[in-house]
Design a protein around this ligand. Structure first.
Ligand SMILES: Nc1ncnc2c1ncn2[C@@H]1O[C@H](COP(=O)(O)OP(=O)(O)OP(=O)(O)O)[C@@H](O)[C@H]1O
Ligand SMILES: [Mg+2]
Length: 721
């Protein structure tokens, strides 16, 4: 329990405000100093009282001695004066005795005691102190002994008055007895001697007692002084240490916080101002920490937002760039689309024009065929009339020259009979360069070059030669003051996009490009340049069929012709021809046969819907010795074959009425008569399978061509024309 109360007192002191701590400390100190002062005063008064007793004892002894002296003197002098003096001096011990008696009684009368001490000639100021000392310390052994000794001396001293009275009576008696007087004086002397011993003892015990009291008071004073000092020191140290430690903690925490350790806190040691300060500091630090945390979070959010925004911006920019690319691509696609559409329109137009010119050529060829056939027969019958025969031959020649135009028209219509071969375009170019140099003249510098590792192309070589010449002549016409013509052969791959634009199949091509430094073509001219009969040249200089023929040839060969021109800078024409498949083998050309018209006696089934032409050809064949059967259509021809007629050669036009073409007729006829020889003729190449092309006689033809083709077909020999 006392421990607990001690602890709680400590706590209480720790937690009270500093001002109160100070008040408390000062209060305690004042109290202690008061106590010390009190002790001091008490000691002073006690010591003073002690001194009074010692003084009193001196007075008492002296008075008793004086009384005994005067009594002795009275014994001899017998004067009343001495007796009175005895009585007067005796009053001192009697007064003290009365005071002692009073103080020792159970209910002391302080006034009586004071009167007693006054009688004992003590100083009035000392009397209260003496009474206090007596009552206070009467139980202390030294004092008690002193009082007892005092009492003993007193009781002996009290024996004096009766003896004195005895002496007085004796002396004043009528007959004073000297003996009795002497006896009394002897008794008095004894008492006096006795008293002297007691007086010594009393003086000694009083001295002892005062020494003890002095020691006691000194100790008491020392103790209180030490207590005052220790308590003062303890309180001062406790208060200052409490303040120091609390402030030190706060300072340390403040330094840590300022150094960035935001979770640092001051230890709260008390509930006083320092404790409140520590708590306030901690609250402030916590608040700061929370704010810093908030700030950090805010900062993070801000950074994230900035990041998001930057990302969004980057995305936007990317999207924008993509959009720009897309727009660019779109523009390019639109331009390409427009170009492709233009090309398609052009190509459609060309197809239509081609069909038209093809039809014209077909009919025209038949006419020419009739003319040539009839004129030849006429010439035969007029062999003896040279002038007429000459005229007939003139007709034949003119008609055959007319067929040049029909051929060109067929080329435009992509229907000219072609003999595609595996061609090395580079080698072909080299073969033609010299001829071109001569044709174009010295004003035009030809720079021919070819890439290495050129692929072979698959096309009719004679047509390639014609195309090259045509294009070179156009370049020459575009450079009247002379210039440079670059001719180049390279491999080219057409991807799906370009292939679609060119209306060809995607894949490998060999490209022949002619680039001149001529006038170039305005847009309008370029747009129409490949149209048949379109020319910017005077009628005598150009027919307008050159480019359209080359274009028709390119298309018929599975390739393309592409024009590129800048007015004032020049024109580049590119001819694309398909790459030849690896396995394709060059066809051996049969050597030209220079011999008289071959003849024969076999049976030929002649099929043609043009009655006039059929009649002319029948006569020609008959003139060559053959037996000729005729039919105007496929079904009619089949009827003849089914009838079991012996036929060696089926000679048929490809274009036939009644829904059966020459090729279909040939297929059916072969089934009926396996081994039947077949020869086709046409002003068109359309619809004739590749493998049948060597069995083709192009319209119009003269008798020599007819005789050779029929003979070759019968003998199964391949001819070149
Ligand atoms: N290399 C070129 N430079 C400038 N213009 C050209 C070129 N090639 C062709 N042309 C233009 O295209 C038109 C048609 O050419 P095309 O070859 O079809 O006929 P042409 O040359 O006029 O007559 P032809 O070829 O029948 O003698 C020419 O009249 C010319 O205006
Ligand atoms: Mg031309």
């Amino acid at each position: 329990m006392p421990m607990k109360s001690h602890v709680s007192l400590y706590r209480w002191f720790r937690d009270i405000p500093i001002a109160r701590k100070l008040y408390f400390t000062v209060g305690i100190m004042a109290l202690l100093i008061g106590i010390e002062l009190f002790v001091l005063l008490f000691s002073l008064s006690t010591l003073s009282s002690l001194r009074a007793y010692v003084g009193g004892e001196g007075l008492w002894s002296k008075a008793q001695k004086d009384a005994v002296f005067h009594l002795h003197k009275y014994g001899t002098s017998r004067t009343e004066e001495d007796y009175r003096l005895f009585e007067r001096f005796m009053r001192v011990p009697l007064g003290d005795a009365a005071a002692r008696q009073e103080l020792l009684s159970s209910r002391p009368d302080m006034a009586a005691a004071r009167a007693g001490f006054l009688e004992g000639r003590n100083h009035p100021d000392d009397i209260d102190g003496m009474i206090d000392l007596f009552t206070r310390f009467s139980n202390v052994s030294y004092i008690e002994q002193a009082i007892r000794v005092w009492g003993d001396a007193q009781s002996i001293a009290l024996q004096l008055p009766p003896l004195a009275r005895e002496l007085h009576q004796e002396i004043n008696s009528v007959h004073p007895s000297q003996d009795r007087i002497n006896a009394t004086l002897a008794a008095i002397y004894d008492i006096n001697r006795n008293l002297t011993q007691f007086e010594d003892a009393f003086s000694f015990t009083l001295g002892e007692g005062s020494l003890w009291l002095e020691r006691l008071l000194r100790r008491l004073l020392l103790l209180t002084a030490l207590t005052v000092e220790a308590t003062g020191l303890l309180l001062a140290v406790s208060v200052s240490r409490g303040i120091q430690r609390g402030l030190g903690d706060i300072l340390t925490a403040a330094r840590q916080v300022s150094a960035g350790e935001l979770n640092a806190r001051a230890t709260v040691r008390s509930h006083d101002e320092i404790g409140t300060l520590a708590r306030s500091f901690n609250a402030m630090a916590q608040h700061l920490q929370a704010r810093v945390k908030d700030l950090a979070r805010l900062n993070q959010e801000l950074e994230r937002e900035v990041g998001d925004r930057q990302r969004a911006e980057a995305e936007l920019q990317e999207a924008f760039a993509q959009l720009e690319t897309t727009i660019g691509e779109l523009k390019r696609q639109i331009a390409e689309r427009l170009r492709t559409e233009e090309m398609l329109r052009q190509s459609e137009k060309m197809k239509a024009l081609g069909q038209l010119s093809g039809g014209i050529a077909h009919d025209f060829n038949n006419l020419l065929g009739v003319i040539v056939g009839c004129a030849e027969m006429l010439a035969d019958t007029m062999q003896d009339q040279p002038e007429q025969e000459g005229l007939a031959r003139e007709i034949i020649g003119t008609a055959l020259r007319g067929s040049v135009l029909t051929r060109r028209l067929l080329a435009v219509s992509r229907n000219q009979p072609l003999r595609p071969q595996r061609v090395d375009l580079g080698a072909l170019l080299q073969d033609h360069v010299e001829l071109l140099r001569r044709t174009l003249g010295e004003a035009i510098r030809i720079e021919a070059r070819q890439a290495g590792d050129l692929w072979f192309t698959s096309a009719d070589p004679s047509q390639i030669g014609d195309a090259l010449l045509n294009l070179a002549l156009n370049a020459r016409d575009a450079m009247p003051q002379g210039g440079r013509l670059g001719i180049e052969v390279v491999n080219a791959h057409l991807d799906a996009r370009r292939a679609a634009a060119f209306e060809v199949t995607e894949g490998d091509y060999v490209m022949l490009a002619l680039a001149d430094t001529g006038t170039g073509m305005p847009k309008e001219v370029m747009r129409r340049a490949i149209e048949p009969f379109f020319t910017t040249k005077p009628p005598s200089a150009g027919s307008g069929l050159g480019l359209s023929m080359v274009y028709g040839f390119a298309k018929q060969s599975g390739g393309h012709l592409d024009l590129d021109s800048v007015v004032g800078a020049g024109t580049t024409v590119r001819l694309y021809l398909p790459r030849a498949p690896e396995e394709a083998v060059a066809q051996a050309a049969a050597p030209p046969v220079a011999a008289p018209d071959p003849r024969g006696s076999e049976t030929i089934l002649l099929v043609d819907d043009n009655q006039t032409l059929m009649e002319v050809v029948r006569r020609q064949l008959a003139a060559l010795g053959y037996r000729v059967l005729t039919a105007a259509s496929g079904p009619a021809a089949l009827a003849i074959l089914r009838a079991g007629e012996a036929v060696d050669l089926l000679f048929t036009d490809i274009v036939l009425p009644d829904g059966m073409s020459g090729t279909r007729l040939a297929r059916t006829a072969r089934r009926l008569r396996p081994g039947l020889k077949i020869l086709f003729t046409t002003g068109h190449a359309s619809g004739l399978p590749r493998q049948e092309r060597q069995n083709l006689l192009r319209k119009p033809y003269d008798r020599r061509d007819l005789a050779r083709a029929v003979r070759a077909a019968l003998d199964e020999v391949t001819l070149t024309r």
